[in-house]
Design a protein around this ligand. Structure first.
Ligand code: 3HC
Ligand code: NAI
Length: 720
């Protein structure tokens, strides 16, 4: 006999002592898909019709209130396979027109369409740790459910611009101060909200409709300056992005047009944005980031070890940053170094970095004290038998790393996860020294490790699925994005960066200037130019690597001459005050005529004919070098998906998210076009431009990296 399976409706209504509690239950984040929208519509009708109901409350089930429109639906719109959002105007209007008080009760994150629903209620309440925001610009779109028309009516135009342009959520306490919510509820949210609704019903109507308010909108005289400041903010802080500027156009309409006309203007701007390239790229980046957690062999049943305490070996640049990241996430840290002197220097840097955070208002002195209290500096491995994870961050030297791994083998518990932060060395060789390869992997943090979101999780030949799953959980706990990669020299990110960086250096030898190349790259959207990056990381790092790599000793291989010459002069970059650029106290790169003279001298004695370059050629030679190597990495299986490479480049290397990452960008340019240019460079420059076989194949078959990923993800194991 078959039993009917009980279905939890996306929206349900229960009446508690004459107040209706409307619950939205659409896991994981109550996104506004069609079921929620239809359910909400019916619930509003029901509440309106029932004379015994005096008031209503809308609340979200599970971890959060509504976290926005369903981004899967937006993705379909962006790619033209659906034409519109679920119709919200009518529902929002009916909510506002209810003759009984409607209270929205928020917890978790009320974002995007979630906040837009909330603003159509008569009152809003929230628990203290709730957050509210309009993050749409981060997806390349603008609020599309009348948020641009209601938000400025509640919080004023300046605050609305700040929230919509930055996309950053505000805390409940700030929302209360700004007028976005009416009360903070202590204790159980639904109980408090029901009581609040009863209180409002007792006061009697009419109940406030956001759309009728104009008291917080700026005067006609004041408006131009506010809008100009908003547009300047968008241009400065969200460089190259279209949506942050576009959202100001929609917000402007709130102050210049009647409400309904303002909503039409919002719709126009929304449609323009969602149909644009940036929305496609940013939505891709959103799902790519979440997709990194899907790793073959790891299921939701894979055991994940609890990591509450960490031992860090090496208190230098990386060890100190990793210690801060762990302490910030609430973990206790034992930080060890070889000498008291090095340890003291490391702790002094940590304190200095925390002082900067206090000066910038990111942390209070009390928060810093608490965090510092979690970091215990020590020489030696005392207490390492109690920690759940060890991250080794000593000098990049294989013999030293093996020695430390062997010492950790004695010091750490058998089930402790051992990680090395090496950026180039072979994880398996280090794991062999630790004699417990199943619990050993690479955790490749990026500098500054307390800030940068990327961690490459390097899986060795014998690393267990449990260890990888635990590493993914650690990355998440640290607020970072863990991307599982294979064990090849440079792993994924740095392996791809070398051809990119060398191509930039060859361009300079062939006639461009470092500042011209950097300018082309930052105009393309890179956070920094490659020469500024090289100066920051240390020009000598690649120089030392170069001395060990055989690729430059192969016949016909082109060796970077100017980079070597800079290093021979001790111009190692920022740390020596001079590199590709020269630096003053403000650490801003300044073109240096001495470098130009050096370039000319070195290239002339090597017989290189110099010529001028246009920006597009610079971009093709650098970015296509990155893509070609990315295709190789993917084909060889060192990255699981092209989208993982995109995440690595967006979160670790300053690649513009609005271009979706290098592989997505290649798809947009067209793999045939990229392949043809790579082939032309191959004919001109030889082997270093050999087209990656995967690029060649996809170009020939008229396919994309994205389509290839989709095929792969069908085979991939369920999410961890
Ligand atoms: N639509 C569809 N799926 C969503 C979603 C959304 N709005 N928000 C989150 N998800 C999914 C994620 O893809 C993920 O799915 P998976 O488990 O299958 O990978 C799952 O929910 C959990 O997400 P996270 O891993 O990100 O969970 P966190 O707890 O770390 O973060 C969050 C939760 C803060 C809500 C974060 O997911 C987030 O920022 N989401 C996006 C919020 C957003 O941008 N909202 C605006 C949407 S656009 C909009 O509303 C347009 C409107 O104006 C009309
Ligand atoms: P660093 O030189 O700043 O720090 C290394 C620290 O290790 C020093 O404080 C040193 O005293 C200590 N140390 C040396 N031998 C030790 C031992 N036997 N026991 C305990 N401590 C010891 O180096 P950095 O830059 O922090 O690099 C560390 C590791 O991180 C390297 O493997 C490097 O390749 C990697 N890495 C570096 C990045 C960077 O941007 N600096 C980025 C990503 C990875």
């Amino acid at each position: 006999m078959m039993f009917p399976v009980p279905q939890t409706p996306a929206v349900s209504v229960a009446v508690h002592d004459q107040v209706a509690l409307i619950t939205i239950d659409n896991p994981p984040v109550n996104a506004l898909g069609p079921e929620v929208v239809n359910g909400l519509s019916k619930a509003i009708d029901e509440v309106g019709r029932d004379p015994s109901v005096r008031a209503a409350v809308i609340v979200g089930a599970g971890r959060t209130f509504i976290a926005g429109a369903d981004i899967k639906g937006l993705e379909q719109m962006a790619w033209g396979s659906s034409t519109g959002l679920p119709e919200m105007h009518d529902i929002l209007q009916r909510m506002e027109d209810l003759p009984k008080p409607l209270v929205i009760a928020m917890h978790g994150t009320a974002l995007g369409g979630g906040l837009e629903v909330a603003m159509a209620g008569h009152y809003r309440v929230a628990v203290l740790d709730a957050q509210m925001g309009q993050p749409e610009v981060n997806l390349g779109i603008i609020p599309g459910a009348e948020g641009t028309q209601r938000l400025p009516r509640l919080v004023g135009m300046e605050k609305a611009i700040e929230m919509c342009v930055s996309g950053k959520p505000v805390k409940a306490s700030d929302a209360l101060a700004a007028g976005l919510i009416d009360r903070i509820i202590e204790g159980d949210l639904a109980t408090g909200a029901l009581a609040f609704a009863r209180e409002m019903a007792g006061r009697g109507g009419p109940y406030p409709k956001t759309r009728d308010r104009s008291d917080r909108l700026p005067s006609r005289d004041g408006l131009p300056a506010i809008l100009a400041a908003g547009r300047a903010l968008a241009t400065k802080t969200r460089r190259h992005m279209e949506a942050p500027l576009a959202v100001v156009d929609a917000l402007e309409a709130a102050a210049t047009l009647p409400f309904d006309d303002g909503c039409l203007k919002e719709r126009d701007v929304f449609m323009r944005c969602v149909n644009g390239d940036q929305a496609k790229a940013l939505i891709h980046a959103f799902f790519a980031e979440r997709g990194t957690a899907r790793v073959p062999g790891i299921t939701k049943d894979t055991p994940v070890a609890k990591v509450a305490s960490v031992g860090i070996v090496g208190a230098g640049t990386m060890g100190g940053g990793i210690a801060m990241a762990c302490a910030n996430a609430g973990m206790t840290v034992r930080l060890t170094d070889a000498t008291t002197k090095a340890l003291d220097a490391g702790m002094a840097t940590i304190k200095k970095n925390y002082d900067v955070s206090v000066a910038r208002g990111r942390f209070t002195p009390a928060m810093v004290e608490e965090r510092l209290g979690r970091i215990r500096p020590q020489v030696g491995y005392e207490g390492f038998g109690d920690v759940d994870l060890v991250v080794e961050a000593v000098f990049e030297n294989l013999a030293l790393k093996k020695q430390v791994a062997s010492a950790l083998n004695d010091a750490a518990r058998l089930d402790c996860l051992l990680a090395t932060n090496t950026s180039t060395l072979n994880i398996d060789e280090i794991a062999a020294a630790a004699k417990r390869p199943a619990t050993m992997l690479g955790l490749h943090f990026f500098s500054p490790a307390n800030v940068m979101r990327l961690v490459e999780i390097v899986r060795g030949a014998a690393t267990s699925s449990e260890s990888v799953a635990t590493a993914l959980a650690v990355a998440k706990k640290l607020g970072k994005v863990g991307v599982v990669v294979g064990n090849c020299p440079g792993f994924v990110g740095n392996r791809m960066m070398f051809p990119y960086m060398y191509e930039a250096q060859f361009l300079v030898e062939d006639g461009a200037t470092p500042e011209q190349v950097d300018r082309a790259l930052t105009d393309f959207g890179m956070a920094m130019g490659i020469f500024a990056v090289d100066d920051m990381a240390g020009v000598d790092i690649a120089w030392r690597v170069r001395q060990e790599l055989k690729q430059f000793s192969e016949p016909g291989a082109r060796k970077p001459l100017v980079a070597d010459a800079l290093c021979e002069l001790g111009r190692f970059g920022q740390k020596t005050g001079k590199g590709w650029y020269k630096y003053g106290d403000d650490r801003k790169p300044m073109p240096d005529p001495e470098v130009q003279a050096l370039i000319e001298r070195v290239t002339s004695s090597a017989g290189i004919t110099r010529r001028t370059f246009q920006a597009n050629e610079i971009i093709e030679r650098t970015i296509y070098a990155l893509i070609n190597e990315g295709a190789r990495v993917l084909d060889e299986g060192f990255a699981l998906r092209a989208a993982d490479i995109d995440v690595i480049y967006i979160t670790g290397y300053g690649f513009p998210a609005w271009r979706g990452g290098p592989m997505f960008y290649a798809d947009r340019v067209g793999l045939k076009t990229v392949y043809e240019r790579v082939s032309a460079f191959h004919r001109e420059f030889g082997d270093r431009w050999t087209p990656a076989p995967l690029l060649e194949r996809l170009a020939r078959e008229g396919k994309t990296f994205q389509a290839m990923d989709r095929g792969a993800s069908e085979l991939a194991a369920p999410r961890a």
